[in-house]
Design a protein around this ligand. Structure first.
Ligand SMILES: NC(=O)C1=CN([C@@H]2O[C@H](COP(=O)(O)OP(=O)(O)OC[C@H]3O[C@@H](n4cnc5c(N)ncnc54)[C@H](OP(=O)(O)O)[C@@H]3O)[C@@H](O)[C@H]2O)C=CC1
Ligand SMILES: O=C(CO)[C@H](O)[C@H](O)COP(=O)(O)O
Length: 490
């Protein structure tokens, strides 16, 4: 520990010296506090239970200047004015409790940044409540996990532009940097930062589900050993699929369990957890009327994996006649790669559609190109791919769908035959590929000239007089189904 202020719990807490305070010193908070300190900022530390504060100081007090505080009053008092506090605690009630305690101790003009995975509607509510008390509130999505928090996360702050003038330089300093640009930018007002972080996590779910389906096909359809599959992912990571999640997939698949000598993946229980952001993404998409089918399939796939008693009861259900494995394994691995890439484009296209819709609904004016720029580094979905998305929006800021950007259009069109072979083979071999299949269906629906929605409208009109429009003339119509079946203008 090189700071006298961090060493003795009994010495008085220095006041007004810290540029930033971090409260909530679990995995994320402790690492981001160290990140601020190693960038030369004096950081006031606080945690509900003092043990985490002391553990951080004991292990990493040498990272920079820290101010140890025990109470919220000490913590707030330790900060320079306007005070800047970053909250890194559990979303929901815990965040409300911490905000209220802080607000009682802070003064007009002070700034609270919630860096947790808050629900964006909570952030809208909190920002308004803090504004009434003269406090500036920023809801900042932070992605990158433990390693990102320490070495540079992607940060998505939303809130009053005025507050960003004060906190922006600090956040940009500790964020990941790509090509000299910080992976942090002001997203927009109130809940916009947490909204885009939520969709980021939804895309993260889809990405992981698609990777899982690719792995499962290599395992179950091609019977490749796990170590060989790890090598395939390693190889893919030097192609257009290059991304953090592909990179760590190779790492996880290469891990051997010390106790059994088996691949670790074979001793991990196959029930995927979820803390809520993927589910929120889908709920918000439903409310906004945006088809985020890839993300929804990923959320449901996690739910199905955790339906343990149903899965157990369903063991032994007949599969029907299954087809044989593809003869040319190498060619099928190439097909899986193409299907993965095309499905990934669909997931991102849908995620960016949801962001456009959310931005329009709440008047946030989110710049999708800037978002792609700050997702290029630091966050869990960081990927080469994001450079292409950034370029697509730079070329056409009003792009109706990422699938229509020339680069992505060509990539998907080149891969569509392989994509169909993969979905068809998986289906006839009984290997579930919900995200690959639904992404392909979305693509086919989007490019279809006519959809069966016309029949849906006819049925709605039949049973509920819900009316329909005609292709050949303006107006709204209804057929008198229970009378002479003539058509009337509604
Ligand atoms: N883990 C990750 O990879 C990522 C997490 N996030 C988000 O960042 C935030 C922090 O995550 P993480 O570091 O994993 O920690 P956790 O989500 O596990 O939260 C633990 C922290 O919350 C504090 N806390 C819980 N309840 C209360 C309360 N009622 N009052 C005060 N403090 C409370 C705990 O204090 P105490 O020690 O006293 O129990 C502890 O400091 C979360 O919102 C999370 O969703 C965002 C990106 C990545
Ligand atoms: O925000 C994150 C990364 O960006 C967190 O890691 C998040 O907790 C992951 O979500 P889940 O636990 O539901 O898989």
């Amino acid at each position: 520990m090189n700071s006298p202020s961090s060493s003795a719990s009994s010495s008085p807490v220095p006041t007004g010296t810290a540029q930033i305070g971090v409260t909530g010193l679990a995995v994320m908070g402790s690492n981001i506090a160290r990140n601020f300190a190693s960038h030369g900022y004096t950081v006031a530390l606080h945690n509900r239970s003092i043990a985490k504060t002391d553990a951080l100081l004991e292990k990493h007090g040498d990272d920079g200047d820290f101010v140890r505080t025990e109470t919220v009053e000490e913590f707030v008092g330790a900060l320079e004015r306007p005070r800047r506090v970053l909250i890194m605690v559990q979303a929901g009630a815990a965040t409300d409790a911490v905000i209220n305690e802080l607000a009682d101790a802070m003064e007009a003009g002070d700034i609270i940044i919630d860096g947790g995975n808050a629900l964006y509607t909570d952030t809208i509510r909190r920002e308004a409540a803090m504004a009434e008390r003269g406090l500036l509130f920023i809801g900042a999505g932070i992605s990158g996990g433990e390693e990102g928090a320490l070495n540079g996360p992607s940060i998505m702050p939303g809130g009053p532009a005025k507050s960003y003038e004060s906190v922006g330089p600090l956040l940009e300093a500790v964020a990941a940097q790509v090509d000299g640009e910080p992976c942090c930018t002001h997203i927009g007002p109130d809940g916009s930062g947490h909204f885009v972080k939520m969709v980021h996590n939804g895309i993260e779910y889809a990405d992981m589900q698609l990777i899982g389906e690719a792995y499962d096909l290599m395992r179950r359809a091609l019977d490749l050993p796990v170590a060989e599959i790890a090598d395939v992912f390693r190889e893919w990571n030097s192609t257009e699929l290059e991304s953090y999640l592909i990179e760590i997939t190779a790492e996880v698949l290469s891990q051997v369990d010390a106790e059994t000598g088996k691949p670790l993946v074979d001793v991990i229980v196959d029930e995927a957890g979820q803390k809520g952001t993927g589910r929120w993404t889908v709920k918000a998409a439903l409310d906004l009327g945006i088809p985020t089918t890839g993300i929804a399939e990923a959320v449901f796939a996690r739910a199905l994996s955790s339906s343990t008693s149903q899965r157990t009861a369903a063991q032994g259900l007949a599969s029907g006649t299954l087809s044989a494995a593809p003869a040319d394994k190498k060619a099928f691995v190439d097909d899986i790669k193409a299907a993965l890439y095309a499905s990934k484009v669909v997931a991102y296209a849908q995620g960016f559609d949801e962001i456009s819709a959310g931005s329009a609904e709440y008047g946030w004016n989110v710049d999708r190109g800037s978002l792609a720029t700050i997702w290029r580094g630091g966050c869990i979905i960081r990927a080469q791919f994001l450079n292409r998305i950034r370029e697509a929006y730079a070329t056409d800021p009003e792009l109706p769908s990422l699938l229509l950007a020339p680069y992505f259009r060509e990539a998907v069109e080149n891969g569509v035959d392989a994509w169909r072979r993969v979905v068809a083979t998986a289906t006839t071999m009984g290997v579930p590929v919900p995200a690959f299949a639904s992404s392909l269906s979305y693509y086919d629906a989007l490019r279809s000239e006519r959809l069966p929605a016309a029949l849906t409208q006819g049925l709605r009109d039949f049973f509920g007089a819900h009316t329909y429009k005609r292709v050949d003339k303006p107006g709204t119509f209804h057929t008198l189904w229970s009378e002479d079946r003539s058509e009337v203008e509604a």
